[in-house]
Each structure stands twice: as C-alpha cells, then as structure tokens.
Design a protein around this ligand. Sequence first.
Ligand code: PLP
Length: 459
Amino acid sequence: MKALYSQLPAIDSLLRDPALQPLLAQSGTAFITRQLRGMQQEARDHIQQHQSLPHWHASWPDEALRRAQQQQQSALRPVFNLTGTVLHTNLGRAQLSDRAIAAVSACLRQPVTLEYALDDAARGHRDRAVSALLCELTGAEAACIVNNNAAAVLLMLASLAAGRDVIMSRGELVEIGGAFRIPDVMRQAGCRLVEVGTTNRTHMKDYRGAIGEDSGLLMKVHTSNYQIQGFTHAVSEAELVQLGDAHGLPVISDLGSGSLVDMTAYGLPPEPMPQQLIAAGVSLVSFSGDKLLGGPQAGIIVGKKALIDQLQQHPLKRALRVDKMTLAALEATLQLYRQPETLHEALPTLRLLTRSAHDILQQAERLMPALEHAFSADFSLAIAACSSQIGSGSLPVERLPSFAITFTPRDGHGSQLNALAQRWRQLARPVIGRLQEGKLWLDLRCLDDEAALIRTLVP
Ligand SMILES: *Cc1c(COP(=O)(O)O)cnc(C)c1O
C-alpha cells in the first residue's frame, strides 16, 4: 500500500508538467490546483478501498482536463428537444426570434433608454415602449409588464382587491405546474376567494348572489391545462362585464397563454385572444410572454388605464418588474405581430407549431439512413406517425400530427432502452426524446438543424 501511495504525483510537479500548461493558461492556477487536490484525495481513497491505483492514474493531465471541461460546462445547456412538446416548460418554453435575440444583445452592449424619455430628458416609464405596442395590438388603453403571468395575477389581485372578496367559478380554480394554484395566489395577495357555482356548471345567478359589501373583483381564469366536458355551463366574460358594470366591480381575466393572432387561421386549435376580451369590456387581461406569444418569460397585463395606473404604483410592481433584456426581447417579438403575413416564418414558436406532418416525414426519411447505419445492430428503427403537443398548458386536448423515428431494442429489454436515453442525455448537446410503448421516440417537429443532430448521434 505504501508503495502505491508513493506513486501519486506531487501537485507541484504536476503544475510544472508541460501537458498541463495550456489548461493552466486557460483556466487559472487556483482552479486547476483544486482539481488536482480533489484527484489526489480520490486516488488515496481508491488505494485504501481497493489496494490499487485509479484507472486514470496513467495520465493525470488528461483526467484534469476532462474534469475541468466538465465543471466548466454551463448548467444551461442547449439540447435537441425531440420530446414532441413545442413549448416545453422544463426546456425553456419559447425559442426567440432572431430579431428578439439581436435586440437583447444590442441592449446589453450599450446603455439604453430604459427609464429615460428622450423628448424632455425626464424620467420615463420602463414599460412605456412595450405598452404602446401592446395597446396597438390589443386595443387596450394601457399595459403593465412583470416577471411572469403568475406575477401578473398576484399583482392584479393585490393591487385591486387586497382584504376583499374575489368571486370566481369553482370550475376555474386551476393549478398550473410548478405550484401556481389560484387559491394560494389569492391568499398571498391578501384576497378572500369566494367560490361560486359547481365544478361543471356556473351561472350568472351564482355570481350575482355572491356580490356583497366586501366584493372587490369578479375573476375569470382560462382553464388552459384541462377541459370540463359534458353537462357544463360557464358565464362568458362579456356577460360578467355587464354584471360588474352594474355593481361597479372590475372583471379581470387570467388567460394563461393567450394568442394575439387567430390560431385557426394557421390550422391550429382556437385559443382565446386578449383583444377579444378587451373588446368585450374586461377591465384587465393577463397572459404569458413565453407561451403562444413566442417571446421571453414575462407576464403581460393589458386593460383600463385607471387600473393599470394602480398596478404601476403598487409596491409589488417594483419587486416584480422585468429587466431591459426582457423588455427588448418582448418589444422585438411584438413588432413581428405588426406583419401577420410573415409571422409563421419569423416567429419560431408559430413556425414549429405549423410545420406540416409531410415536411416532418420527409425530414425523418432524410435522417433514417445515417441513424440506421449507426444503431441498427442493437435497435430496430422505424418512422412512425405520432402526435406533438403545444405544451405549457396550452390547448391540452388538441394534438398536432407529426412523425418520429422510433428505436426498439432488439433484445426486448427496457434496460437497453433506458441506457440509450441516458447516454443521449449525457451528450455535449443532449438529445431528449420520449420513452413510450417500449420504444424511444424522437419526434422531429422541433428539429431545426438535421446536420447537427447527425453529428451528435453519429460521431
Ligand atoms: C401558464 C399559466 C399561468 C402561469 O403563467 P407563467 O407565465 O408560467 O407564470 C397562470 N395562469 C394560467 C391560466 C396559465 O395557463
């Protein structure tokens, strides 16, 4: 054992090793010394437990380089999203347009007029530029931008109804993934939730009967990630506005996704549009920036100026406001909506959602030969029809026809399949598919760069 310990190289001499000099120049002595100390400790432990040297003892510089590279890898790694879910929350939702990316990069390199009004050198408002665009696109009087739609709902409730009753249908008490639950948000905002109606049916008389001295708001929430079907009834926003007007109560609506264009024009399932609710007289409408809108993470609130002013002045707004990167990306994204003719090409979210099954099938056929060649020893490969999802709770029951390349283990063992999926998750640019029915599915709907996928999977 002693003889083994004495074979461990000294840190000093490793640091002088010519093979390590490029790494030292790149990553710094302190960082590399830490790697080497860690390796030394590991080697000692290995000797104690196994009475042998670790396998990497043959080349300490190579192992140090491998470890340094691994540690310097970003925790936010680009991946191939072949899950079939376009707006995948765990993979960062919407991919931004080139225009939005350029706008973010420009605003990071130079000082910008974030809160500076050029006409009179006075302090401007940070939501100003984006508000004007949002009003143009939705017909609203004013707008307010916060960190995400959850923040938008919290801010609306806290500003307009703290300490008061918020009347809502039982059928709309939604939970969105990641612990956004309407009753909890109400509590955080200091509001009292007054549930009316039943799970499947809520009527005008239910809302009317709940209005009293303590009422602060009438609220609608879009049930974006589930649908209640069968014997159902809901009160529309327009009807609720009449009731609200009669009692001097604002009506607010959490749309969740919301789309500024008519999705059916692109052959996609219908999704409520903020401009429709504004036209129906709803006081405030909130929606996400990174769902169907295809922009950065943000919560967008549009509606009546007097109420938006109240939100802008609430202390929570300061805590929930967005930074210049978000505003730049959002502004550039919204500008694309001024040109609806080109939106399906310019906006990646819409481009991916509207890709035809035929186009995806052709892509699968192009990829097959190289993948067959690399994997057919252990797996049988096939092109199979499948269904993509929009994701992020949008249109949950609607599916988009797509195609996948499937990998079925020849020996029928699930362990081989799991090993393949795991190996692909460990790649420099991980490939994320879907395990289903004893196969690994690569849904190609979101594959932009075929050549890069082949380079990654077939080295
Ligand atoms: C997605 C969603 C939210 C949360 O939006 P985030 O932007 O993820 O914070 C809130 N309400 C509804 C109805 C949603 O669909």
